[in-house]
Design a protein around this ligand. Structure first.
Ligand code: PEP
Length: 257
């Protein structure tokens, strides 16, 4: 029997300036107890411009909330105007970095090779990737969601060793459920999260597959989180819209209560 610590991560996307970020973190810190934050890992993923302020707020309150960025450059440094390196994020105390979010894949044309390079850049800086995979509506309707997600997974993890894969967090986010209010059913979430774990077991062995935490993402809110978390291969959630409200996000972290 394996126990994986649940992980609830709030993807703020391009919302909240650094003043608003401090306020939200302070509200979260006030509404979650140390025990709740021990039982469940809570993570905030603000825009780059908020990271320094989020770090100060979290350090100042000595609250065990983790934070990270929504993307990083695959490069170490140099002439890449507008980009942010893994080393810069690590220096700011980031634990996590989202990689391959469907909005980046769509609006910035990120493909599996680039996602793979970003995963490697994150790991080289001791950042934990939150690697997103997920199918669009057409692929779902054609019944190809499992092979699609497994193929994105294979591409993203190409060339990694089992001990590197062990620490990665994977987020299954069906694109048709993101920001649409249309949540996948708990069974839909389990089907793909289970298939991802089976694929990891096949490639890296059962011990690695059992250690990896797999999140579901797509219109998660306090009202639906418990049913989703009841699934055996779902270990947490990546939360967009609902993570911008401190009370709502805190309720998601307290999904067991
Ligand atoms: C996301 O973008 O990662 C996401 C899950 O968004 P939402 O919760 O708003 O659907």
């Amino acid at each position: 029997d394996v126990t994986r610590r649940p992980i609830m991560a709030g993807n703020w996307k391009m919302n909240l300036n650094h003043f608003e970020a401090i306020l939200l973190v302070q509200k979260l810190a006030a509404s979650l107890t140390e025990q709740q934050l021990t039982d469940v890992e809570a993570v905030v993923l603000p825009p780059y411009t908020d990271l320094r302020s989020v770090q100060t707020a979290i350090d100042g309150d000595k609250v065990p909330i983790r934070y990270g960025a929504q993307d990083l450059s695959p490069h170490k440094g140099g002439a890449y105007t507008g980009d942010i390196s893994g080393a810069m994020l690590a220096k700011l105390g980031c634990t996590y970095v989202v990689i391959g979010h469907s909005e980046r894949r769509e609006y910035h044309l990120e493909d599996d090779a680039l996602v793979n390079a970003k995963v490697k850049a994150a790991l080289a800086n001791d950042l934990t990737p939150i690697l997103c995979v997920g199918e669009g509506l057409e692929i779902r309707e054609a019944g190809n969601h499992v092979p699609h997600c497994c193929s994105q997974l294979d591409g993203a993890l190409d060339g990694l060793k089992a001990e590197q894969v062990k620490n990665i967090v994977i987020a299954y986010e069906p694109v048709w459920a993101i920001g649409t209010g249309k949540t996948a059913t708990p069974d839909d979430a389990q089907e793909v999260c289970g298939a991802i774990r089976a694929r990891l077991a096949e490639k890296y062995g059962a011990e690695t597959a059992d250690a990896v935490r797999i999140q579901y993402g797509g219109s998660v809110k306090a009202a639906n989180i418990a049913a989703i978390m009841a699934q055996p291969d779902v270990d947490g959630a990546l939360i967009g819209g609902a993570s911008l409200d401190a009370e709502e996000f805190a309720s998601i972290v307290r999904f067991r209560e």
